[in-house]
Design a protein. Structure first.
Length: 212
């Protein structure tokens, strides 16, 4: 009898201990997705784009075209050689050269912000007066990219295609067929508008948004 009482007491004690333990913490929130980023580099005291830099900027254009609402920031940097005032102006020239090339490749100027920060934000920490190639650069970020997101319904998808057309194609290839497709989308006739816009965007090598 005493043994049974001891077992009951032990079980009660263990249950009480378990009940008093705090609940497990909630799972951590998902990590924020950083916007796509790119870098192009420059020769000393130069704001001229190399062939390698042009290839990188083509990738920026591809990332931008994947979203109707993306924006681009281009931040110019220099190394620590030369006077700070001169370097500030040089960094801005580099950022503006990048912006000009992105506009030439089809990104609207209004979607691009170009700034220069001179010697600030060194990629490689150096003393003053050091010619460091990796510090002579422009950092480019494409914010608001939604290329990996799905569009959940036909009307939203049709409008997303319309926005991509207006941003990436209309300045150079506007025609009556596209105009009719845009009107069909706005009127809710997605069965007509979607395939026409898909064909036009594909012909112009504009990536289509995923469709759920």
């Amino acid at each position: 009898m005493l043994k049974k009482l001891m077992l009951v007491f032990a079980a009660t004690f263990l249950l009480g201990a378990c009940a008093s333990e705090p609940p497990p913490p909630p799972p951590p929130p998902p990590a924020a997705v950083a916007p796509p980023s790119f870098m192009v580099f420059f020769d000393w005291d130069s704001a001229k784009l190399s062939d390698a830099s042009l290839n990188v900027l083509s990738q920026v254009v591809t990332a931008f075209r994947g979203s109707p609402n993306a924006t681009v920031s281009a931040v110019g940097h220099t190394d620590t050689s030369g006077p700070p005032d001169y370097n500030m102006a040089l960094s801005l020239r580099r950022a503006n050269v990048v912006k000009t090339e992105l506009v030439r490749q089809g990104i609207p100027a209004a979607a691009i912000t170009a700034t220069g920060v001179g010697e600030e934000g060194l990629l490689v920490q150096t003393g003053d007066g050091v010619r460091e190639p990796q510090n002579r650069r422009v950092e480019i970020k494409v914010a608001g990219a939604t290329a990996g997101m799905s569009v959940s319904n036909d009307l939203a998808y049709c409008r997303a295609l319309s926005a991509l057309y207006r941003r990436n194609v209309s300045n150079s290839n506007a025609d009556a067929v596209a105009g009719d497709a845009l009107a069909k989308c706005e009127a809710g006739d997605t069965a007509t508008g979607i395939p026409i816009l898909q064909r036009i965007l594909t012909d112009n090598r504009v990536p289509l948004p995923p469709r759920a």
